[in-house]
Design a protein around this ligand. Structure first.
Ligand code: E4P
Length: 218
């Protein structure tokens, strides 16, 4: 399973990339707005740190402008995945860019039917938003299960299931159990993954007991 980080903060990305566990990055207009920086500058910085796919979302919603924006974003670096919304125009852009060899991440997916359309449009990634579904009392993880089942039924679909809007570690664990290809995680959730109270307690005991031996390994 691939781990992407969901942020446009280059320092956060550098910190997580240093673990060697990072496979890619997703950004969106809200995350870019938080930085106060120029979008293309951020993308150039991220692509210097991360070799895997870096999702860059178009800002327009009409086909003509989205296709121009997508082509411009794709030129920033070879590992840019252009992110488009799951609309009819967005999927037209997806098909055109995918056919031209550009990676495309189709975002704002909230139904299995939409995921089916994105696969037919040649998307590299489909981004179903589990947390936002949970927020309105729908079952976000059931959507991941449904998409994985559908995509597995049709081996000709090459679209990877990229679980988005993850809010806590169990979203990741359940996604992995379902066989999702990618999870994009907020930095806070990545930090939570490392933590377990029994790890902290056990480590403190080992450190204390080691002191009693009076030895040094080095
Ligand atoms: C990722 O591509 C999405 O933009 C992101 O996961 C959305 O997460 P949110 O629902 O927490 O904003």
């Amino acid at each position: 399973m691939k781990f992407f980080v969901d942020t446009a903060d280059v320092d956060e990305i550098k910190e997580i990339a240093a673990t060697g566990l990072l496979d890619g990055v997703t950004t969106n207009p809200s995350l870019v707005a938080k930085t106060g920086r120029k979008f293309t500058d951020i993308l150039e910085d991220i692509c210097k740190v991360v070799e895997g796919p870096v999702s860059a979302e178009v800002a327009a919603t009409d086909y003509a402008t989205m296709i121009k924006e997508g082509k411009k974003l794709a030129k920033v670096a070879d590992n840019i995945a252009v992110k488009v919304p799951l609309t009819m125009d967005g999927l037209k852009v997806c098909k055109e860019l995918s056919d031209a060899g550009t990676m495309v991440n189709v975002t704002l997916c909230f139904s299995a039917a939409q995921a089916l359309l994105a696969a037919k449009a040649g998307a590299t990634f489909i981004s179903p938003f589990v947390g936002r579904l949970d927020d309105i009392s729908h079952d976000g993880m059931q959507l991941i299960a449904d998409i994985c089942t559908i995509y597995n039924n049709y081996p000709e679909f090459e679209t990877e299931v990229l679980v988005a809007s993850i809010r806590h570690p169990m979203h990741l664990v359940e996604s992995a159990m379902m066989g999702a290809d990618v999870a994009t995680l907020p930095p806070k959730v990545i930090h939570q993954l490392f933590k377990h109270p029994l790890t902290d307690k056990g480590l403190a005991a080992f450190v204390e007991d080691w002191k009693k031996t009076g030895q040094s390994i080095l």
